[in-house]
Design a protein around this ligand. Sequence first.
Ligand code: MN
Length: 424
Amino acid sequence: MQLKKNQIEEHNHRLLAEHKKKISFISSQENTSEKIIQKLEKFQIAIPSWALGAGGTRFGRFSIGGEPGTLEEKIEDVGLLHALNRSGNSISLHIPWDIPKNTKAIKELAAKHDLHFDAINSNTFQDQKGQPHSYKFGSLQHVDAKVRKQAIQHNIEVIKQGVALGSKALTVWLADGSCFPGQLNFRKAFQNTLESLQEIYSALPADWKMFVEYKAFEPNFYSMSVGDWGQSYMYASKLGKKAYTLVDLGHHLPNANIEQIVSLLLMEGKLGGFHFNDSKYGDDDLTAGSMKPYQLFLIFNELVEGMDAKKMDHNSDLGWMIDASHNVKDPLEDLLQSVEAIKIAYAQALLVDRKALGTAQNENDTVKCQEILQHAFRTDVRPLLAEARLRSGAALNPMQLFRDLKIREKLVKERGSHSTATGL
Ligand SMILES: [Mn+2]
């Protein structure tokens, strides 16, 4: 289904008077409001194709109904989200879950929804039907060169798919590692992984990036071959200037100072982008900002400061992607919430008085530093986000419109209550 322009206009008309009160209040309080609204309008977050259906845990999966069963339906769902908030103009595909049968038709469908294709993801963490060699003991790190070759070939194939779709980046997340002490020679595993990545890197088009994602644990529980930002940074540095570290917020050990990691990677020119989600314990893949909104703000605080120091384009110089799983919420509502939370954190970071913070830091005025940060964090910036949406033709309140229009009920009617999103 597709939203009609007048459905959004009618919704906005109903909420306009109330919105005007709120936006004029914050604009009178914060003199950078106009600049922030303009930046918010430009800021786009990629939606992952694998997060449009119900996720699951290793214990089971509960269908939510109306899930997109084909790539075409996934594109329609991302198109719906984009029509509601004008904040997610791209889709991140996962191969082999989303191999297009007709690339030209898929590109046209995406364009019809004002969408393009963001980073494309390879998959060597599970065996596919008919695959000659198993990834049970790793892929790019494997002790057997035949397995490594197969995994390299897969990644090169994914690059080809991405080129055809107009993607500009390959995300490599490796499940490789070991579950028990002594199982693996760490140094050999690193060398094998590096050599494999080098082969993939040499197949990258000139204007592409490679994102090397790290993860502390799971599915392997003793070691991971790209276990933390330091290891990812080693690979990315050895590979070359097209290779970057990708930070997935859920891939750290508890209480890691992610904002510091982000700041230093950015300083070194090696931060590629993000997979946003939130967590309480591990890789929980919960809605961005649902558990630790202050941490999300502190990350954006470092990002904005670091990107401005390097005169980077906030929207296009880093990859902004969501990587979440929805077990109890409607995936589309969850994604609306995540996008909102990410943009709130971004707007609050833009609100930080950089000059005053710099002065307070130089004077070792710790109290003032906290006051400045928390002033921004405690400011209700939601009217700025709403104003940015209004100006770009989106809904003042996307969640309310999603519910008022009974979108999920309509999707269930269209696709049935037991449809399963591919790949899950
Ligand atoms: Mn991820």
